[in-house]
Ligand binder design. Structure first.
Ligand code: SAM
Length: 221
């Protein structure tokens, strides 16, 4: 339950220097201007973070994961990569938290430029749809923490969930779909189906995937 992990009361109460020591060299820089820019929600075993780390070495990114053992595994995986590759993988980290409840405790308004929802749990039954990590209500929160121009990336192998995520994003006033040209030009889109452990499993089994990639916009009033 939630009582087993710490919940910061505001983003200012998260000591990111512990996550990215190389980017916060001395303790008086705890409130350094460097901020987390990407969040991988339900990061699982961390494959996406590891791929993104070298693609955007100057951007800080964090995985949010509910399962304790999986979070510990990702921490160890990142530590081992840092040891084996001096100077690299310093920009990725993970926290154990319930992202459906605590996103605003971690990020300020407009702080993020990318959010990832890769192969989220489908929660098939209608009464469990409220547990889905993309919903109109949660999109309000994601719109709050994403800066204008920030991008939400979603992918699933469950067609019904893919339709649901797309429908939520499509009907929300603060998001618009990327064009085909924009999708092709974005190197991150190629990672959605290949970088995570779940994506690799789906690919091995020859499964189809359904993606929805939307930009946070400033709605016209
Ligand atoms: N994104 C990873 C991938 O593509 O390999 C993992 C996909 S896995 C099917 C979904 C993950 O979301 C699980 O690791 C689960 O523990 C995590 N998760 C589910 N609900 C969550 C929540 N409310 N907050 C954080 N993580 C959550």
């Amino acid at each position: 339950s939630d009582s087993h992990f710490p919940i910061p009361i505001s983003p200012h109460h998260v000591d990111y220097s512990l996550h990215y020591p190389q980017f916060f060299p001395s303790s008086d820089q705890v409130h350094s201007t460097k901020k987390v820019e990407f969040a991988d929600i339900g990061c699982g075993f961390g494959g996406l973070l590891i791929s993104l780390s070298t693609l955007f070495p100057e951007s800080l990114m964090i995985g949010m994961e509910l399962r304790d053992k999986v979070t510990e595994y990702v921490k160890e995986r990142i530590s081992a990569l840092r040891v084996a590759n001096p100077g690299q993988y310093q920009n990725i980290s993970v926290v154990r938290t319930n992202s459906m409840k605590y996103i605003p405790n971690y990020f300020e308004k407009g702080q993020l430029s990318k959010m990832f929802f890769l192969f989220p749990d489908p929660h098939f039954k209608e009464k469990n749809h409220r547990r889905r990590v993309i919903s109109l209500h949660l999109l309000d929160e994601y719109a709050y923490v994403l800066g204008v121009g920030g991008i939400i990336y979603t992918i699933t192998d469950v067609e019904e969930l893919g339709d649901w995520m797309k429908a939520c994003l499509e009907s929300h006033p603060m998001f618009e779909a990327l064009t085909v040209e924009e999708l092709e030009a974005d190197p991150v889109v190629k990672l959605l189906s290949s970088a995570t452990e779940e994506g690799q499993k789906v690919a091995r089994n020859g499964g189809q995937t359904f993606q929805a990639v939307y930009r946070r916009i400033q709605p016209s009033s």
